[in-house]
Write a protein that binds this ligand. Structure first.
Ligand SMILES: O=C(O)[C@@H](CO)OP(=O)(O)O
Length: 249
């Protein structure tokens, strides 16, 4: 099959907890009204730019699934094959899941807050198994390899996400399919870090906006042949800045 391969990355639209400014991680929240509109707009962007997915990959979290469904409906591609994996889930945010970002920043200070949000290898404190927002015992994770995480840093996400990239997603790219991956801020940061060869330090500065398709053209070794492009670059820049500033007043 001839290259370049086309890969589209799409972070879910704004969720109820993005709106409330709460750490989310593996907590299964839904799209806000704004998120629904963003997801539909993502589908319009795919349709108008003619980048039409042949296969969809999602995490097991509703906000990613809802975003993909709405976007694909808008692009008249609801019929494409779908694969889902916990390996594309958001980073598990440990004991911070359900906590207010502004309050956390105030309580622990900017350094710790930024370390927990964006450091490569420092996870937040682990969540207790019987905590309200723990995923222990959640039936959707009954068949994952090993136990559900109690917390994760970005390095952990890369370690559980990349095997799936190599085992499944690249096969579909190799077969010439246009692949849409609908996932999360930090699971997509993990994939972007890998694709663009971003260093462990520099990845701290990268933020992914909600609901705007990012299109990669990859060579036969899955190396970008040009910088990936957001289908709405202006909205993407504003969206990324908003993510970076979360928690700040
Ligand atoms: O709360 C989360 O799970 C993530 C994504 O919304 O937040 P952050 O951007 O702070 O890593």
């Amino acid at each position: 099959m001839s290259t370049p391969y086309t890969l589209i990355l799409l972070r879910h639209g704004n969720s109820d907890w993005n709106q409330k400014n709460l750490f989310t991680g593996w907590v299964d929240v839904h799209l806000s009204e704004q998120g629904v509109a963003e997801a539909k707009r993502a589908g319009e962007l795919l349709a108008s730019s003619g980048v039409l997915p042949d296969i969809l990959y999602t995490s097991l979290l509703s906000r990613a699934i809802e975003t993909a469904n709405l976007a694909l409906a808008e692009a008249d591609r609801q019929w494409i094959d779908v694969k889902r994996s916990w390996r594309l889930n958001e980073r598990h945010y440990g004991a911070l899941q359900g906590k207010d970002k502004a309050q956390t920043l105030e309580e622990y200070g900017p350094e710790k807050f930024q370390t927990w949000r964006r450091s490569f290898d420092v996870p937040p404190p682990p969540i207790e198994d019987d905590a309200e927002y723990s995923q222990v015992g959640d039936p959707r994770y009954a068949n994952i390899d090993g136990e559900v995480p109690r917390t994760e840093c970005l390095k952990d996400v890369i370690e559980r996400m990349l095997p799936y990239w190599h085992s499944d997603i690249t096969d579909d790219l190799k077969a010439g399919k246009v692949v849409l991956v609908t996932a999360h801020g930090n699971s997509l940061r993990a994939l972007i870090k890998h694709l663009d060869g971003i260093s462990d330090d520099d990845i701290a500065e990268l933020n992914v906006p909600t609901g705007i398709p990012l299109v990669y053209k990859l060579d036969e070794n899955f190396v970008p042949i040009e910088p990936a492009a957001y289908l709405d670059p202006e909205a993407a820049a504003a969206g990324a800045a908003a993510v970076a500033n979360q928690g700040k007043k």
